[in-house]
Design a protein around this ligand. Structure first.
Ligand SMILES: Cc1cc2nc3c(=O)[nH]c(=O)nc-3n(C[C@H](O)[C@H](O)[C@H](O)COP(=O)(O)OP(=O)(O)OC[C@H]3O[C@@H](n4cnc5c(N)ncnc54)[C@H](O)[C@@H]3O)c2cc1C
Length: 81
């Protein structure tokens, strides 16, 4: 385990946490940002609710839904445009 010292330690790397951490670093502070969220295979998953289950994945579902309800002929013309 390292013995690093930080000016600020942010707990949570969601939109609130990482933006605060980036801003503190921009102001010259030595910053750590810690998050406990992991992917199903145990890898770090920063970004919080928004990146992992909220805004981004739900938008992808909405886009897929609109693609599946779009007629194949329309998709074909979009692809060739
Ligand atoms: C389905 C869904 C769709 C959404 N769509 C939108 C959208 O389109 N637009 C929009 O603006 N917002 C959307 N939101 C809301 C958005 O996701 C939240 O407002 C945003 O994620 C809140 O950010 P946050 O940093 O406050 O919290 P979070 O994103 O929840 O981040 C908190 C982080 O802290 C970590 N944490 C907590 N406790 C600890 C601990 N003790 N130790 C280490 N880490 C810890 C968590 O693992 C997590 O990563 C949506 C939410 C959901 C659920």
């Amino acid at each position: 385990m390292s013995n690093k010292q930080f000016d600020v330690i942010v707990i949570g790397a969601g939109p609130g946490g990482y933006i605060g951490a980036i801003r503190a670093a921009q102001l010259g502070m030595n910053v750590a940002c810690i998050d406990e969220w992991k992917t199903a295979d145990g890898k770090p998953a920063p970004g919080g609710t928004c990146t992992n289950v909220g805004c981004i994945p739900s938008r992808r579902c909405c886009n897929l839904r609109s693609i599946t309800s779009t007629p194949a002929s329309t998709l074909a013309s979009m692809a060739s445009a």
